[in-house]
Design a binder for this molecule. Structure first.
Ligand code: SF4
Ligand code: MG
Length: 335
């Protein structure tokens, strides 16, 4: 058992005016020590709900965890009390959100914000915590950390603020870091710098990362494994190479086709036509059937199970069944 984090058959729903929305429908995921797992999919696919559930941040009500286990070092986090979860969040698993401005307190010096966790969870003295805060600012690449430690968030640029957020997340040496769209709010050059930083920090600290993104381009240079989510389910999972070079699920094909190409300067983004399924009344068959150019009758009537393509790759698509017609991935795939 070398999984540091394992999700087993997780189901999460929300009560809404239009009924119960089944946001996460039977998700299984595995993360090993020091590894990066990317969860990709459009908004509404269930990826953020999955990550918030791991952190114990789903408001209940309207949220409900209907089934499943979230094993962190073999212990089920869903059985933890609020107090125990608070300790886990401060020390063992941290999260970086999309917008650094909402993650930071505008009225508090950044140094203080980094020091909080160190004083609370590591029992550090104030002066040791400040020293560590300066080290952390330096670690995440902020110039002049001795002076910067006493500044307020508004004195930092967007990219620098996200570095501060990362410093806070790493302060207590978490075993798992969950990054939900960590670079979406930043411009492209800064995005690349932040991703390089995360990769670099992971090499240094050995933290396992769950990277949540709608952008497969971000995945390629950071992750080892990918889980593609659609309609509250993981529809395909594999190593980065398997997902990029041998994808089997038409939704993965769609995502790859919609990636901007390295040598194509037309900036044409091919969106996948159609919209995601209504999860207050999810389809009984494949969630992608309404948008899939290859949908067959069986797809509409029966949910495909996982077909194992290798030790690491699984795809929930009827096309992989040996009785299905042979379909080639579109030519628009490729980097
Ligand atoms: Fe398309 Fe059918 Fe595969 Fe779903 S199961 S992705 S509808 S071919
Ligand atoms: Mg989201």
């Amino acid at each position: 058992m070398d999984n540091i984090l394992e999700l087993k058959d997780l189901h999460v729903s929300f009560d809404t005016f239009s009924g119960e929305v089944q946001a996460v429908r039977g998700v299984n995921l595995e993360l090993k020590k020091g590894e990066t797992l990317a969860i990709v999919g459009e908004s509404g696919s269930g990826k953020s709900v999955t990550s918030k559930t791991i952190m114990g941040l789903i408001p209940k009500p309207p949220g409900k965890i209907k089934n499943g286990e979230i094993l962190f070092e073999g212990k089920d986090l869903l059985k933890f009390s609020n107090k125990e979860m608070q300790r886990v969040r401060g020390k063992e698993i941290s999260m970086i959100f999309q917008d650094p401005m909402t993650a930071l307190n505008p009225t508090m010096k950044v140094g203080k914000q980094i020091m909080e966790g160190l004083i609370k969870h590591q029992n550090m003295s104030k002066s040791d915590a400040k020293k560590r805060a300066i080290e952390l600012l330096e670690l995440v690449g902020i110039p002049n950390p001795d002076a910067r430690v006493d500044q307020y968030p508004h004195e930092f640029s967007g990219g620098m603020r996200q570095r501060v957020v990362i410093a806070i997340a790493l302060a207590c040496n978490p075993k798992v870091l969950i990054a939900d769209e960590p670079t979406t709010a930043l411009d492209v050059t800064i995005q690349a710098q932040i991703l390089d930083l995360m990769k670099d920090l992971q090499d240094k600290t050995g933290t396992a990362i769950v990277l949540i993104t709608h952008d497969l381009g971000v995945v390629a240079n950071l992750a080892q494994k990918v889980a593609v989510m659609y309609g509250g389910k993981v529809v395909e999972t594999g190593t980065v190479d398997e997902i990029f070079y041998n994808p089997k699920h038409p939704y993965t094909w769609g995502l790859l086709s919609s990636m901007p190409k390295l040598h194509d300067h037309s900036n044409k983004l091919l969106a996948i036509p159609g919209s995601p399924p209504d999860l207050s009344d999810p389809p009984k068959g494949c969630p992608f059937a309404a948008r899939c150019p290859h949908a067959m009758k069986v797809c509409v009537d029966h949910m495909p199970g996982y077909f194992e393509l290798s030790e690491t790759q699984k795809s929930a698509c009827w096309l992989v069944d040996e009785r299905a017609p042979k379909v080639n991935p579109p030519e628009t795939i490729g980097v």
